[in-house]
Ligand binder design. Structure first.
Ligand code: GLN
Ligand code: ZN
Length: 768
């Protein structure tokens, strides 16, 4: 190992940089390629330019260990799967390096084959493509980290730190094998990882960052033993390579075992689970032959760090691990934050001064390094200004004038007046829906025209009336289309919303919006999370106008459409001076007022989406209860103060359902729709052991892909679900909102859905 660093000098490092580019160049390039505006060579060239610019930026900002290979064509898990030739059989593949066409087919589906499943990356709002491990052994079809390493060296003379997903995490997050085969599957990956690392070693790489975030979940001792054996083998394969075993998102489980693994460095998160990690460090110490990657700058939130506090934290850590063996770094990859605050010109100054996005976080890492190596005096101004900015925000009226939450909570019921089975009878009577009612999740295609209209209106080129008229035309057209398709419960289409959280944030007090604060959600899809910086309050009705207008056009029921408190919280950047629980309750109370307003206007079927409920789950099971208790309570606070006849729907985008089924039941929603089509079989299987006795719709087709499914496919999906769920409470719907789809494929798919439903209805007695 390379231990020649000075004992006093601390180094700094980054774990990953946002791919999307300051102006989302990455996203735009991909989408131009998908729509055939540029070819593969042009795409490759454009991506290279973006990638190199990101590396140069990190160098310029004084980062010593610059990550390479964290860039991707779509997703880093998919990259890893493709690199190992793990292409499911339904895709075109004859071995060797996976082609762009096959790679993107796995990500997005193709005419011939549905896409791979996609799911949340730990407790973030990033989604990865779930690798499918088949019978075949993995092969190293191409060494991506090596390519990235060589490129950085050749083009920019940067001695990069290749980043890869570690085998433990990779296999943990993959599917296609039985849990009992975990060990043997893991072993099959040792040879490919060994060769990969050997090649990096031979090419002269110094450090390699192996990400093992799964080590921050609940890890059994038996599995830790496997991990030890695995890293033993990898250390033998490439003894000259400095492996930084990187964990993040929570404290590591089994700290004392972890620090004994045969690697050169261990990266710990000192922000999320930071207290626990620090306690372990102090209690059990740290091996003298290892380097500690100290993740002290929050890689997931957008607030500036109080650098004096961070410096103090580093000093505490340095009492155990001397600076010469410390690396200052973000708590995780900066993938989860926007690129730079510098582009924000419209934010209030007090707020803006308190923000740090990826580029500013890199600056913070450099200031900390300098403070240690050259003395705090050398960066006094930077140290003081960070604290002063945070103080100014704390003293601002948005934070100082607190509302009395306890009093407001006491006024708002958090359970429905009648239990579900009694409400159900009353609602059946009121709504008179056919068996297996068909509906959608809320949004319809956001076409170019819609986006253009919004832009014109935002720029002031269109008056509010003009914009309103345009939106009404969209609603009118889609009410017509929904009636023509033959859906039973209609929606207005959410055309006025760019984003399901932003829309509400813009209308509630306590939120701020960036101009350019995009982060990647999945593939080329980016979101711009609002910033919850002050107390959240209801100001005026937010959805009543559009919903009522839609309802005025049809005799069928139109569902009101809201985003739930937990999702608004999860998909925002949240103030960190009060608990998330408190913020969620504030949002819930505000949404409760919106629901009342809808009900009073005659909208009595209301969907409150909570697609992010699951991703908020803490990584460690022992913390689940606490989270789920306030998450469920928030939903109930928002939705309980309604008439018995009012039907509350909810929607969630996940397939792993069984482990939080009690919380889902406790929401007490009258109808829930869930996303399942990419893993339908598994979900249905989970209902074999879990009784669900409220209204439920399982997504019958995948909306993430432009493919129009065949009727038989949907019929099969429904039939399978009806084997385990009562037909009397079953709803038919697509997987999720349709806003990312084209009009044609949407109408075609929904028609197929209605036809499939009709076929099942015609022989309903079979499922009674
Ligand atoms: N109602 C939202 C929509 O249809 C739900 C989206 C989601 O759950 N992600 O777009
Ligand atoms: Zn969804």
């Amino acid at each position: 190992m390379n231990m020649t660093e000075s004992v006093k000098n601390v180094r700094n490092s980054n774990l990953g940089y946002p791919r999307i580019g300051a102006n989302r160049e990455w996203k735009k390039a991909l989408e131009r390629f998908w729509s055939n505006q540029i070819d593969e060579d042009q795409l490759t060239q454009e991506l290279k330019t973006i990638r190199l610019a990101h590396l140069a930026k990190q160098k310029e900002k004084g980062i010593e260990l610059i990550p390479v290979g964290d860039f991707t064509l779509y997703d880093h898990m998919l990259d890893t799967a493709a690199m190992f030739g793990l292409v499911p059989e339904r895709f075109e593949y004859e071995g060797g390096e996976v082609s762009f066409a096959t790679y993107f087919a796995m990500a997005r589906g193709s005419k011939q084959a549905p896409a791979c499943e996609m799911t949340k990356w730990f407790n973030t709002n990033y989604h990865y493509i779930v690798p499918e491990i088949g019978e075949d052994d993995p092969v190293l079809t191409v060494n991506r980290p090596l390519q990235a390493y060589l490129e950085a060296k050749r083009e920019l003379q940067i001695e990069g730190k290749p980043v890869l997903i570690g085998p433990y995490t990779f296999v943990k997050l993959s599917k296609g094998y039985a849990a009992s085969d975990f060990e043997s599957v893991l072993n099959r990956f040792i040879p490919v990882y060994a060769v990969l690392l050997q090649q990096l070693e031979q090419a002269g790489a110094q450090w390699v960052q192996i990400d093992e975030p799964s080590l921050a979940t609940s890890v059994s001792r038996a599995e830790m033993k496997l991990v030890a054996g695995l890293y033993e083998r990898l250390a033998q394969a490439a003894p000259g390579l400095n492996v930084m075993l990187q964990t993040y998102f929570d404290a590591v489980d089994l700290y004392s075992e972890l620090i004994r693994l045969p690697v050169c460095g261990i990266g710990l998160d000192f922000v999320h689970g930071g207290e626990e990690n620090l306690k372990s460090l102090q209690e059990f110490g740290f091996p003298a032959d290892k380097v500690l990657g100290a993740g002290v700058i929050n890689g997931r939130n957008i607030w500036r760090s109080d650098l004096q506090d961070k410096l103090a934290l580093l000093q505490t850590i340095a009492a155990i691990v001397p600076y010469g063996r410390l690396i200052v770094q973000p708590s995780c990859s900066l993938l989860h934050v926007p690129v730079s605050v510098r582009q924000e010109e419209r934010l209030d100054e007090t707020l803006r001064d308190a923000l740090a996005f990826a580029d500013e976080k890199l600056d913070e890492l450099s200031v900390l390094k300098q403070a240690v190596n050259e003395g705090a005096e050398s960066v006094t101004a930077a140290l003081q200004s960070s604290r002063a900015a945070l103080d100014r925000l704390a003293q601002s009226p948005w934070r100082k004038e607190r509302q009395d939450l306890t009093a407001r909570l006491a006024e708002q019921p958090s359970s429905r007046h009648l239990p579900f089975h009694e409400r159900e009878a009353i609602q059946r009577d009121k709504w008179q829906l056919p068996p297996l009612p068909t509906t959608t999740i809320g949004s319809f295609p956001q076409t170019k025209e819609i986006r253009r209209a919004r832009q014109l209106w935002r720029k002031g080129e269109w008056s509010a009336e003009q914009y309103d008229l345009f939106m009404k035309e969209q609603i009118r057209e889609w009410i017509r289309l929904q009636e023509e398709i033959g859906l039973d419960v209609l929606v207005h289409g959410e055309f006025e919303r760019t984003d399901m959280v932003e829309f509400f944030g813009e209308k509630l007090a306590g939120f701020a919006f960036t101009q350019n604060g995009w982060v990647q959600s999945y593939g080329s899809r980016c979101v711009k999370p609002p910033i919850i910086f002050g107390d959240v309050r209801f100001v005026r009705p937010m959805t009543v106008g559009e919903t009522l207008f839609a309802q005025s056009l049809t005799n069928k029921p139109v569902k009101g459409m809201l985003t739930g408190p937990v999702t608004i919280l999860q998909w925002s950047f949240v103030r960190d001076d009060i608990s998330n629980r408190e913020v969620a309750y504030q949002i819930a109370l505000a949404l409760g007022k919106e629901i009342k307003a809808l009900e009073q206007a005659g909208i009595e079927m209301i969907q409150v989406d909570e697609p992010a409920l699951r991703e908020g789950l803490p990584l460690k099971k022992e913390h689940w209860d606490e989270y789920l208790t306030w998450a469920v309570e928030s939903f109930r606070l928002a939705t309980s103060n309604v008439k018995d006849t009012t039907q509350i729907h909810t929607h969630m985008c996940y397939c792993e359902f069984h482990d939080i089924i009690d919380a889902i039941k406790a929401l007490d929603a009258d109808v829930i729709s869930i996303e399942t089509s990419r893993s339908h079989g598994e979900l249905v299987a989970s209902f074999e052991t879990n009784v669900y006795d409220k209204g439920i719709g399982l997504g019958v087709y995948d909306i993430h892909s432009p493919r129009v499914p065949a009727k038989e496919e949907m019929v099969r999906m429904i039939e399978r679900a009806l084997r385990v769920l009562p037909a009397g409470l079953f709803w038919i719907n697509p997987d999720c909102g349709l806003k990312t789809r084209g009009i044609e494929e949407t109408v075609a798919s929904l028609k197929v859905m209605v036809e499939a439903t009709a076929e099942i209805r015609s022989r309903l007695e079979q499922y009674a």
